[in-house]
Design a protein around this ligand. Sequence first.
Ligand SMILES: [Zn+2]
Ligand SMILES: [Zn+2]
Length: 281
Amino acid sequence: MIVKCFGARGSIPVSGAEFDEIGGNTTCVEVISDNDRIIIDAGSGIIKIGDNYCNEKIKNINLFITHYHFDHIIGLPFFRPMFNSDYKINIFGPSYKGKKVEDIIKNIIFPPAFPVDFKRLLKNKRFTFKTLEPGEEFNIGEIKIETISLSHPNGGLGYKFINNNKKFVFLTDNELDFKHKSGCSFKEYCDFSKNADLLIHDSEFLEKEYKASKSWGHSLFTSALDLAHCSKVKHFGLFHHNKCRSDSDVTKMIQDSIDYMNKNNMNFQISAISQNFEFEI
Ligand SMILES: [Zn+2]
Ligand SMILES: [Zn+2]
């Protein structure tokens, strides 16, 4: 399985030389097995995947949404396959207050916020939808998928992808030190991530920032490291970088992470996920 990132920024896309290395696009990750491909989230990073798919002539798209905050869907109106009748697009996502994934999306993107009315667009039969609940397990081709509820304002889902006994766990917008209405316990997230070959987790905040941002739905990077340690993961990725976090700030966060790991006898590989991150497990 190959995991490729196209956007790792939180809250809003950013630009500028100080963000070049990590990149400014918001959440979008692709999971690729021998015969199947999955996209996670439609942040601004999905625009590049759309261009790739057009060049590679891929016609069947599986898109998993973690939740419907703007930074996770902002690229959808600019994802070229949405407007090309050659593509079949299967959209998976959590419910919100009993509403299905299609009813949520079509009520977010329409005039005058965007010229194309998604209420009309999504009626086309080339779009299919599956609303997911926490704890579901199913397959997309040869990739097994499991879900868990996120601790985040307005809820959301984390995903586990299993292929050839390799596990990739993706938990963004998940606050480990504050239990939101939808949230699970630290132990439940630890069990869900157990022995992952790669865990990517929200690591948005430093200790000094967290006092003012507790309950916003994002984790202290040290709490995310605690989770990686508890889960005995092989490789851990810092993700959902704060919109103000420059490349040099992220380099400092990596060093602080290594110091924290050494101090607490933690032993796993670590990366700051950038929008060019590519990893084979
Ligand atoms: Zn987010
Ligand atoms: Zn969010």
